[in-house]
Design a protein around this ligand. Structure first.
Ligand SMILES: [Zn+2]
Length: 182
């Protein structure tokens, strides 16, 4: 078998798929928790975290009584996050923090100078770090938001600051609805 075929085969090995889905899930967590934190939706944050696979704790009402199991995939070792927060909003912040930091830690700044004009860029041996970097920037710019389409509610990262819908189908439906109301 050729070297290329060997590589292709190892790329679809079970562990790599686990790694891929781990990242897909982590990105989803950041979009969901980022949008909820931005809206200060404390009770929705509680419901969201309590609905994740987790471990029950014996606590009084109003305290954390269930700790979600959060798997953090990184370029190197993937690990289970051990949470220390005593309320669900702090826990949401802790999860977003841990996922982002575990994945951007090996980004380095590169300066390219052409005709005396420097351009700053970020580089990493793990290209996936770029995904988390952009998510962190979107979070900081308040571009992680909930789709405004009545029947969607999907959380997404807006590419443009004016973007209010998660994609063209939702934007199209909202436009049609608006036209019908006129
Ligand atoms: Zn939508």
């Amino acid at each position: 078998m050729s070297h290329d075929a060997d590589q292709a085969r190892s790329f679809v090995a079970q562990d790599d798929l686990r790694w891929l889905w781990g990242h897909a899930e982590s990105v989803r967590r950041i979009l969901d928790l980022g949008a909820l934190l931005r809206r200060g939706a404390r009770s929705e944050i509680t419901d969201y975290l309590r609905a994740l696979p987790g471990r029950e704790l014996l606590r009084r009402k109003g305290e954390v009584d269930r700790v979600p199991l959060i798997f953090i995939p990184t370029a190197g070792e993937s690990r289970q996050l051990s949470l220390s927060s005593t309320d669900y909003t702090s826990m949401a912040n802790e999860i977003v923090n841990a996922i982002l930091n575990a994945n951007v830690s090996d980004l380095r700044c590169v300066v390219v100078v052409e005709n005396t004009r420097p351009t700053l860029a970020l580089a990493s041996t793990a290209p996936i770090a770029g995904v988390y970097w952009h998510l962190a920037v979107a979070l900081d710019d308040e571009r992680i938001r909930r789709c405004e389409s009545e029947d969607c509610g999907n959380n997404f990262a807006a590419i443009d600051n004016r973007q209010r819908f998660c994609g063209d189908p939702c934007a199209g439906r909202a436009r049609k609805r608006k036209q019908r109301r006129k």
